[in-house]
Design a protein around this ligand. Structure first.
Ligand SMILES: Cc1cc2nc3c(=O)[nH]c(=O)nc-3n(C[C@H](O)[C@H](O)[C@H](O)COP(=O)(O)OP(=O)(O)OC[C@H]3O[C@@H](n4cnc5c(N)ncnc54)[C@H](O)[C@@H]3O)c2cc1C
Length: 383
């Protein structure tokens, strides 16, 4: 008889895990509270570790042409000087996509693998050893439950393990702008001016992804739609872009952080932002999610004792997410909170992380993927 997994949430975590378990012969139900599978936001950086999983799922081949393969990453200060430059190849390779392109690629892969996606189904919690609870009063019995319901996870909260979501005092505006007028080359540039940052990146042949980051207490920066004059004063070299952003449709968020004491409770696995939501400073939230989804299916799908395998999964892969989360928080602090009296040292720190491989590799530990957890994606996990 087929074993069954019930999944809360039809985002990147739920769809990727669903597709991976279905391909291993499991019956899969994904419960999504929304009326359709949809991503909020603009563009997304997809790094080596996520690309490895998307390749395995056949999703990368499907969406590659709608994205951009980046060649370089730069940090530029407001006067136009480049303070950090990194080539993006091998384990540092990065593609960018519109979010909707990625989620539709994952949705199609899930459907083709036989996943049953139930939209309009709100999950309220889970019972270890039993199954998933939905708002219509249903108990959906399962061999495995996956909590992939995002930073405010109802499943995680129902398990009463402590931890949870905290909002951080940083805001981010995101836009997907028509055209490539500001991004003729395949490079991503992050512009820095004091404790504000603007990232400008090509996202496929016809779009540019822009994000603007500032401390939440910076009242002028927090205005939305943006105060184009104020931002232009801070970033004179890209003032033309501000005029476009002032008219563009965007979204504004606060950074957030999820602390989750356990990712495994009996036969329940907590996955994605529900487990390790982090500030997007390293562009790795979806990367960790895809990597951990792959490892979960790899280690649990054929196991006789599901609960023991879920616990072993957490033990095996969690360190990569914990370290990445800690670095993402440091990066957020460094760019938001750095004292003005030490402004002279900021370029040096930015330069060092680009220049010294050991520093960069330590911070970008996730880029190297699951091999460092002993999971060779071309073969079997080492015992
Ligand atoms: C500003 C910003 C920029 C980012 N940039 C990047 C980047 O460049 N690269 C990168 O790798 N990552 C990035 N991330 C992180 C990435 O977006 C997340 O890590 C990823 O989307 C997590 O996917 P998820 O499926 O775990 O959660 P979500 O995307 O939140 O999906 C959860 C799903 O569950 C559904 N749901 C929620 N509650 C319930 C319920 N009770 N019942 C049923 N369904 C429910 C939701 O509707 C949603 O569809 C960024 C994040 C932010 C905020």
């Amino acid at each position: 008889m087929k074993r069954k997994v019930e999944i809360a949430g039809g985002g990147i975590a739920g769809l990727s895990a669903g597709a991976l378990f279905a391909r291993r012969g499991w019956e899969v139900n994904v419960h999504e509270q929304g009326s359709e599978i949809r991503e909020v936001g603009a563009g997304i950086y997809i790094k080596n570790n996520s690309l490895e999983v998307l390749e395995k799922l056949g999703v990368l081949d499907r969406i590659r042409g709608q994205g951009t393969v980046l060649e370089r990453a730069q940090i530029q200060f407001a006067d136009g000087t480049v303070k950090q430059e990194r080539p993006l190849r091998d384990k540092s390779r990065v593609h960018t996509f519109a979010r909707q392109v990625l989620i539709e690629g994952l949705r199609d892969a899930a459907l083709e693998a036989g996943v049953n996606i139930v939209t309009g189904s709100r999950v309220t919690g889970a019972l270890p050893g039993k199954g998933l609870l939905t708002a219509d009063g249903g108990l959906h019995e399962a061999d495995l439950v996956i909590a992939a319901d995002g930073v405010h996870s109802a499943v995680r909260n129902s398990l009463k393990m402590g931890g949870g979501f905290t909002e951080l005092p940083t805001i981010i505006n995101r836009y997907l702008v028509e055209g490539r007028a500001f991004t003729s080359q395949p490079k991503t540039v992050e512009h820095w001016s004091g404790n504000r940052r603007i990232g400008v990146t090509p996202s496929g042949p016809d779009h540019t992804y822009v994000y603007m980051v500032a401390p939440a207490w910076d009242a002028k920066a927090a205005r939305f739609p943006i105060d184009a004059e104020d931002w232009s004063r801070r970033f004179p070299k890209i003032a033309d872009l501000m005029a476009v952003l002032h008219r563009a449709e965007g979204t504004q968020y606060h950074y957030g952080l999820v602390k989750c004491p356990k990712w495994s409770v009996g036969n329940i696995a907590i996955l994605g932002d529900a487990a390790h939501g982090l500030p997007p400073t390293l562009g790795q939230g979806a990367g960790l999610t895809l990597m951990n989804a792959y490892a979960l299916a790899h280690l649990v799908a054929d196991a006789d004792d599901v609960a023991a395998a879920v616990a072993a999964w957490e033990q095996r892969v969690r360190f990569i997410s914990d370290r990445t989360q800690a670095w993402a928080v440091r990066y957020d602090w460094f760019t938001r909170q750095w004292p003005t009296s030490l402004d002279f040292a900021r370029p040096l720190v930015a330069w060092s992380f680009g220049q010294f491989k050991c520093l960069n590799e330590r911070m970008r530990v996730a880029d190297r993927g699951l091999a460092q957890a002993g999971i060779d994606m071309m073969g079997e996990a080492r015992p």
